[in-house]
Ligand binder design. Structure first.
Ligand SMILES: [Zn+2]
Length: 673
């Protein structure tokens, strides 16, 4: 029934009727949603009335309602519960939807009307005025203000760039597969768990190498096995394989593709009136300019490099030899256990999933925001494993929270939050429906789900996004829920991580699942003592990758080199200039396999640490003001998560704190002060 996708559901809070949706419905529903939006846009552009806020911007906001409803379900399931048929539909519709979106933003008549309202924006105030400004910028950054020839060139560039990005992804993946490390004997794998060893044996067999072992590569330069493999030669082989990806001069060499993409992006940015692609990207983020980003990164680089050098000295003392890049994670782990006596793996019995959720995550949200959660087994998610909770604030229902905890074949890797319904008054949606997806391996039947330290942290993090989605209130759908700038969106979720180890919260949820005993009293102290351990390394490897991303995208088209060999030279010069050229501390990613920046994160890898500046300042504020109180929660809702995207978020922040966020709390948190 395509109506189950297009029409608002009659279930509580408009929970989609998942049971009534079948795979055949998506295509027709998307087609109809697009056709209806085009008709609505045609009605706007053919109007003979003077352009007004109401007949242009508000009409534009209403135009996509039904298509949006379909796509929220479609894209959510594509990540959370997909199969080949759904993936095929995505491949078929992705270019159609991109073209649909372009047609909207490159429509001359529509832009002329938006422009006319924009010129008279002084007459508007608040969210209305901000809506005009943001739409106007969307149009301008998409090229709506360009002449016909430039527009044609822009379309060509967009197409070529997306082709190069797809080619980069494929070549990087192929080279990564090709470089998987073959190990002849089980003795060399000392340090891996029996499960990891049998996985390596199975992987080898899968490639016709029965009797041997295969270590497949991962995204990061520093493979996770480097911290446990005892055999130094194998560590070196693994590290060098990771580093070689995409730059061996074979058919899967990505460097030429990368340089072409960088050159075309720089041309695109200039066409749109910016000096560089970094200028174009930061203009549509809270950072504003590449210089603001560079200034922050450079303030962090020197202390991070200095701390990494001190850490290196300590590691070398412990190793009794020099520590190379492939040794660092191994000795760091040894020193961490010896000095701080923290073995995170032994904490799992205190992290039973349901207790973490109810007595930790929900408990903190109750104290801060007056939220309560009631499980509703009568309401069905998109998969039997999805749990549905009705969320109330001070007793008033405000929406639904869906939790999808476990890994399964139909789910993509990683963890994320998304929204099925966003609260906005224009379309009469008072409630929000949000979901958190994680990838926790399902325990054997009858066994409890015991989370790792990192999984507990992830649950608090993703729930921070969920709170943002549940508590934001907007007039317009454009600004509803988590529709904020990309370099801002991680901030509220990072802040929510602070409650995981907050003594009152930890004591409430971390109870041994068999004995009922509280978590050992000294654990928190040890965790706090070890908080800045190895942060010189972690900050340096992140900053190095971020600077590589930024430096490439600061170039004009003529400055991008043509020879693949120039890539390594450029990286080396960039890192040396920032003092991040310690050979034992390599970048988290290098250009030839930096998939983020040849996909959606070009010139935006800085976002994580940019939002952490706000996060660290906010955590300091909560601590100074008594922590887990309703009053603090209300203030935080008023200035941060409650406003969604309805106003400039940094302006709101400065209004709250009486100043912009300083960098000092971040430096202190990372031990860099
Ligand atoms: Zn996040």
């Amino acid at each position: 029934m395509i109506d189950a996708l297009l029409e608002p559901s009659d279930l509580p809070h408009r929970l989609p009727r998942f049971a009534d949706i079948s795979i055949e419905d998506y295509g027709p529903a998307i087609e109809q949603g697009m056709a209806e939006q085009l008709a609505a846009l045609a009605a706007i552009t053919s109007s003979t009335e003077e352009p007004t806020f109401e007949n242009t911007l508000v009409a534009l906001e209403r135009s996509g309602e039904r298509l949006d409803r379909v796509l929220r379900v479609f894209f959510s399931l594509l990540s959370a519960d997909s199969d080949d048929d759904l993936d095929e539909l995505d491949a078929a519709y992705a270019p159609r939807l991109a073209a649909h979106h372009d047609a909207l933003l490159l429509d001359d008549v529509l832009f002329a009307r938006v422009n006319a309202v924009h010129e008279k924006r002084e007459d508007l105030e608040g969210e209305d005025r901000y809506l005009v400004e943001r739409y106007h910028r969307d149009f301008v950054l998409a090229g709506a203000a360009l002449g016909p020839e430039q527009k044609a060139r822009l379309r060509e560039l967009n197409q070529e760039i997306s082709g190069l990005e797809a080619a980069f992804g494929q070549a990087a993946q192929a080279d990564s597969n090709d470089l998987a490390v073959v190990v002849d004997t089980v003795e060399e794998l000392a340090g891996l768990t029996p499960g990891e060893i049998s996985a390596a044996a199975a992987a080898a067999e899968g490639r016709g190498l029965a009797g041997k072992f295969l270590i497949t590569l991962t995204l990061f330069t520093a493979h996770p096995y480097l911290s446990v493999l005892e055999n130094r030669e194998l560590r070196q082989r693994l590290f060098e394989a990771q580093l070689a990806r995409g730059s061996r001069g074979n058919a899967n060499d990505t460097r030429g593709i990368a340089l072409d993409a960088l050159r075309l992006r720089a041309e695109k940015a200039q066409l749109l009136g910016f000096d560089s692609y970094a200028g174009l990207v930061t203009a549509d983020n809270t950072a504003g300019t590449p210089k603001a980003v560079r200034d922050m990164l450079e303030r962090l680089a020197a202390p991070a490099a200095r701390n990494a050098r001190a850490e290196q000295t300590a590691l070398e003392a412990s190793a009794g030899s020099t520590v190379e890049a492939w040794d660092w994670p191994y000795y760091a782990e040894k020193v961490r256990v010896a000095e701080y006596d923290v073995d995170l793996a032994v904490l799992r019995p205190w992290f039973e999933a349901d207790r973490v959720l109810r007595d930790g995550v929900f408990f903190a949200a109750g104290r801060l925001y007056g939220l309560t959660f009631e499980e509703r087994p009568d309401l069905q998610g998109y998969h039997p494993e999805v749990r549905v909770f009705e969320v109330s604030r001070d007793g008033e229902p405000i929406g639904l929270f869906l939790l999808d905890l476990y890994t399964r074949d139909s789910k993509k890797g990683g963890a994320w939050m998304n929204s099925y319904v966003t609260a906005n008054t224009l379309l009469g949606e008072p409630s929000a429906i949000v979901t958190n997806n994680l990838n926790v391996p399902k325990p054997a039947p009858g066994e409890p789900t015991l989370l790792t330290f990192d999984q507990v942290n992830t649950l608090f993090h993703e729930f921070g996004h969920a709170l943002h989605g549940l508590l934001a209130r907007a007039t317009y759908p454009r600004f509803a829920a988590t529709s904020v700038y990309r370099d801002f969106v991680e901030y509220p979720s990072q802040v929510n991580e602070m409650w995981m180890l907050w003594p009152e919260v930890l004591a409430n949820y971390a109870v041994h699942h068999e004995t009922g005993e509280p978590i050992p009293a000294d654990v928190l102290g040890k965790l706090e003592a070890s908080a800045t351990f190895n942060e010189g390394f972690a900050t340096s490897e992140y900053l190095a990758a971020t600077l590589i991303d930024l430096a490439w995208h600061e170039l004009g088209p003529a400055d991008v080199p043509t020879s693949p060999e120039a890539v390594e030279e450029f990286e080396a010069a960039t890192l040396a200039a920032a003092g991040l050229d310690n050979p034992a501390v390599r970048a988290r990613y290098y250009t030839a396999y930096f998939k983020h920046i040849f996909g959606g994160y070009a010139s935006a890898y800085y976002s994580y640490i940019w939002s952490e500046v706000l996060d660290a300042d906010t955590v300091a504020w909560f601590k100074e003001n008594g922590g887990l109180t309703r009053e603090n929660g209300e203030t935080y809702v008023r200035y941060v998560i409650g406003i969604g995207g309805t106003r400039d978020p940094l302006e709101s922040y400065a209004e709250w704190r009486g100043r912009p966020a300083p960098i000092a709390p971040l430096l202190e948190r990372r031990g860099l002060a």
